[in-house]
Structure formats: C-alpha cells, structure tokens
Design a protein around this ligand. Structure first.
Ligand SMILES: Nc1ncnc2c1ncn2[C@@H]1O[C@H](COP(=O)(O)OP(=O)(O)OP(=O)(O)O)[C@@H](O)[C@H]1O
Ligand SMILES: [Mg+2]
Length: 392
C-alpha cells in the first residue's frame, strides 16, 4: 500500500492563501468569504496531518482519507494556479490603459472574482467533508510542537552502525559500483537518487554507501546534508560548505557563500549526500546544482527522497526505487528488537505470533523496529495477540 504524504503540499497551499492578502489582490465579497473558509478548513486538517501521516501504515482507512485529501489538495492547487496567473497578469499590466481594456476582456475583475469564488467553493465543500471525517481516526493535534519535534527527529547524519543494518548488501553494492564507475566515465556532475516510502531505509543505504571504504577512497571530499523540507538556497549553500569542512562564518549573502563553495570544491572530486529532499521546484534545484558544477570529473550527488517526481527531476542516472526488506531480514530485525539477547524459544507461540505481526509490517524497517520495541520484554501472549489483531 503506497503511503501518502501531503503535509508539505497543504503547507504550501496555506502559505499561498495567506500571501494573497499581502499581494494586494482585491479579495472582496464571496471570494473573500470562500478564501477565509478554505484557510480555516485547511488549518484544522493541517493540525492533525502529521499524526495521520505517521499512523497511516497502521490503518488503510487513514491512507484512504489522506488519498482523498491529496486529490482535493491537487484540485485546489489548480484553482490557485488560475488565481496566481491572474495575479501575475495584473502585476504585468498595471498601467492605466490596460486596466481600461481589461474590464471588457476575460480579465474583468468582477467576473473573475465570481468565477474564482465558485471554484473555491467547489473545493471547499469537498475539503469540509474530508475534514468532517477526521474525527473517526482520533488523531492528535498540535502542529507547532509536532513540527519542531519532527524536524529535530528528522535530522540525520552520515554516521551508521553497520552491524545493526540487516540485509541491503545488494542495494548498497549496486550504488557503490555505479559511483565508482561514474568516477572514471562522467564529466558532468552525476546525481543519483534513492526513492521510496517513509521508513523504508533510504537514509540508511545512503549512510552505508557514504561510509564504504572504496567510496571514501575515490572522493577527495565527502559531505552530508540533511535537507528536509527547507530548500532555502542560502541555507543549503552554507551547510554544504560546512559539510565539506569549509567555513562560511557570518556570511549571509548568496554570492559570497557560493564563492566559498566554489573555492572549497574547485579541483576536488566530491561526494555530496542530500538526504530527505522534499523540494519540487526545478528552478531552486537548478540554482543549487549550478553552484555544484565546479567539482572535478566524477563528482556525485546522492539524493534521498520519498517522492518519485523529485527523483526524476534531480537524477541524471536511472534512480533506485528501494524495495522492502526481505522476510528473513524483517524477522531478524524484529527479533533483535523484541527479544534482545534472549532466545525466542522461551515461548514458541510468541515466535508464531511475532512472525504474523512482522508480515503486517510489509518489510518497512521503521515499522518493524517500532513494533518490535513496543513488545520488548513483554512475555504475555495476550499482549502480542492484541498487537497482532489491533489496527496497530
Ligand atoms: N536494513 C535495515 N536494517 C535495520 N534497520 C534499518 C534498516 N533500514 C532502515 N532501518 C532503520 O529503520 C528506520 C528508518 O530508516 P531510514 O531512516 O533509513 O528510512 P528512510 O527511508 O530514510 O525514511 P524517511 O523517508 O522517513 O527519511 C531507522 O531507524 C533505521 O535505522
Ligand atoms: Mg530518510
């Protein structure tokens, strides 16, 4: 079952709705009311979205609900695009003459407002219905704190304890040999993407590759940057410089920051991991990529992302669509978590129930680890059965 992650999209839409009043577009009458209702509905949905996204692997109903929300959010995006096009058109034609002519054209402000109000209303009615269903799932609210926690939680680094990683040898080998062959064949910057649903182990594989001895040997510089959902070019340029051991001090402006980066990378073959990328803007990526073109032949960027569209946008080679952990590795991971050093043999039934629980985790390491830890040192069969039969 494919997971659905839409909080970045909902966040962008809300930002966009908020920014209209700032852009000075005449929001009046029914259009103003519709935009206010939309903002309010989306804000109530956003408050529980993170919890829904985290719990979806336990419940098909939540995934379906998120799927419906995603569709409605896409519909809203289309309406917003129309609106933004009109805003752009107006900002390009603000001289008096064009305002006179536009009254008789498709750009007539009153007709436009009425048309937009109708379109917003259609989407808002759908979103209200979706928001009404959320109470069924008993989701936790609290975007502010959850957001901070999530971002801190999501910080990653290049460190990994290899002995704790189960399987993935083939996947790692494939990426390593591709990197090593790129080094001698490719003149331009290569970008390799690893994509797959949340918790599948993309970051873990990137860590294994990053720390591989042969990889460490062929690259003069290696850097690891946890991008997450903030693709601000200045921030990224700064953290990339620092990830390569450079210093950017108090520099705040983009131009000197980019010069720092170029100085650091010039004549060097580098490997850069951009972990957990959510940015869909081709333009932003192009701007960052441009500054990374200064390395030596064979320089490579590895990207991890949940979103296949992002992998397609960024990758210059066929990307890796990460699969699930094998049954064997899934069970080993679960066993380690749930039983620690103890033998499962102390209660044979627990092993049978445990294997059924692991089946339900669909080879997603994050899920296996979480449930394994939850059952650690619990020896009551009834507790295990409850987990097996619950909508975990
Ligand atoms: N092969 C594995 N063996 C053991 N543990 C693993 C394995 N792969 C991943 N894990 C563990 O599962 C959790 C999730 O892995 P990871 O962070 O790599 O997933 P991800 O795909 O990057 O997720 P996200 O999309 O949220 O960034 C981590 O705690 C990681 O240590
Ligand atoms: Mg990750």
């Amino acid at each position: 079952m494919a997971e659905v992650f839409i909080s970045p999209l909902v966040g962008t839409i809300l930002d966009s709705l908020n920014s209209w009043s700032l852009k000075g577009l005449e929001l009046a009458g029914s259009l103003k009311t519709e935009v206010a209702s939309l903002e309010s509905t989306l804000t109530t949905i956003q408050a529980v979205l993170q919890d829904a996204e985290e719990k979806q692997w336990k419940s098909k109903a939540i995934t379906d609900w998120l799927g419906k929300l995603k569709q409605a959010a896409y519909d809203l995006e289309v309406v917003l695009d129309d609106f933004n096009t009109e805003a752009l058109r107006r900002s390009l034609h603000t001289d008096a003459r064009s305002q006179v002519t536009s009254f008789f054209s498709l750009g007539n402000p009153l007709l436009f407002r009425l048309d937009m109000a109708r379109k917003f209303k259609n989407v808002r009615v759908k979103l209200d219905a979706i928001a009404g269903e959320k109470s069924k799932f008993h989701l936790r609210e609290g975007v502010g704190e959850a957001e901070i926690e999530r971002n801190e939680d999501r910080q990653t680094s290049s460190l990994v304890t290899e002995s704790e990683v189960l399987g993935r040898a083939d996947e790692k080998e494939k990426i390593v040999s591709m990197l090593l062959s790129n080094v001698s064949h490719h003149d331009d910057l290569s970008v390799y993407a690893i994509c797959g649903m949340g918790g599948l182990g993309k970051t873990t594989i990137a860590q294994l590759v990053y720390n591989d001895e042969n990889v460490a040997e062929v690259f003069d510089l290696r850097g690891w940057v946890c991008v997450s959902d903030d693709f601000d070019i200045k921030r990224l340029t700064k953290v990339i410089v620092e990830s390569f051991g450079g210093k950017s001090g108090d520099i705040q402006e983009l131009d000197p920051l980019q010069r720092c980066l170029v100085e650091k990378l010039a004549g060097k073959r580098f490997l850069l991991v951009l972990d957990d990328v959510w940015n869909k803007s081709h333009d932003k990526w192009d701007r960052l990529k441009q500054a990374l073109q200064c390395g030596q032949k064979g320089s490579t960027v590895i990207v991890t992302t949940r979103d296949e569209d992002i992998a397609v946008m960024m990758a210059t080679t066929p990307f890796c669509r990460l699969g699930c952990l094998s049954d064997h590795d899934s069970w080993s991971l679960f066993k380690k978590r749930a039983f620690g050093m103890e033998k499962t043999g102390s209660n044979a039934n627990l092993e049978t129930i445990g294997r059924q629980i692991v089946q339900r985790c669909g080879g997603v390491p994050l899920a296996i680890k979480a449930i394994g830890s939850r059952l650690r040192f619990r020896s009551q069969e009834s507790e295990w059965l409850r987990v097996k039969d619950s909508k975990i």
